[in-house]
Design a protein around this ligand. Sequence first.
Ligand SMILES: O=P(O)(O)O[C@@H]1C[C@H](O)[C@@H](CO)O1
Ligand SMILES: Nc1nc2[nH]cnc2c(=O)[nH]1
Length: 278
Amino acid sequence: MNSNHILEAAAFVEKSISYQPSLGLILGSGLGVLAEQIENPVKIPYKDIPYFPESTVQGHEGQLVIGELEGQQVITMQGRFHFYEGYSMEQVTFPVRVMKQLGVEKLIVTNAAGGINESFEPGDLMIIRDHINNMGTNPLIGRNDEDLGPRFPDMSEAYDRQLIEHAKDCAQVLNLPVQEGVYVGNTGPSYETGAEIKMLRTLGGDVVGMSTVPEVIVANHTGLSVLGITCISNMAAGILDQPLSHDEVIETTTKVRENFLSFVKQIIRTLPNFKVKR
Ligand SMILES: O=P(O)(O)O[C@@H]1C[C@H](O)[C@@H](CO)O1
Ligand SMILES: Nc1nc2[nH]cnc2c(=O)[nH]1
């Protein structure tokens, strides 16, 4: 990771904003609608930001949106980068490094994923308790820059327990039934076979996606406190006797956007100012 690139990208963004964002948001497939609720938004297309790749997936806008949301100064990725788009792990996670450089301390990562746990239903929201990196690689491979984080970062609380409890409290306040479970990160872009889903269920996975894991590893490396929220956009392969499609993913996330919006806004509006963990 070239720390000069991080400084250059952060300086470019900083020129356009007049305050320091404390909360980072990464909005997954079909979930970018939250960024449209940001007040006094400063929008910066990824293509204008030094060393940022471009989003190529339907349902991913491809811009940073910075402003105020429910009383918090946020910097939001409206659309993310995926390893399967052909970007390196370093490129996929570069925005997390830039967020940290800009002063972000907490990160909410959202995604759409397939439901492995058969008690889940499409349209459910799930708080990520933990993840399984099934991508066969890691964004921290290569020379470590101790200024960015430790060589061997601890991942025993990859998802901040206080933020998880806070999110559960918010779901209760909203009387919104939410699931909790383990997110399995696959590289994609093919969806899984039925046999792979059976294997992932045996391994303890509750949902399976193609993102989030790299960003969360880097967020932990750089000392951010992380909350992850999944929208279960479909049942994973082999569970229902129907093919999977990205259209279904976008259709479901569109259907649940009111629940998703009210849940994440409640979480942000009442975010405790507890000390970040590192
Ligand atoms: O960015 P996310 O993880 O929300 O996008 C999911 C995973 C794939 O990119 C895509 C598959 O339909 O949706
Ligand atoms: N890997 C994977 N990612 C998804 N994103 C949305 N649905 C799915 C799915 O079924 N599998």
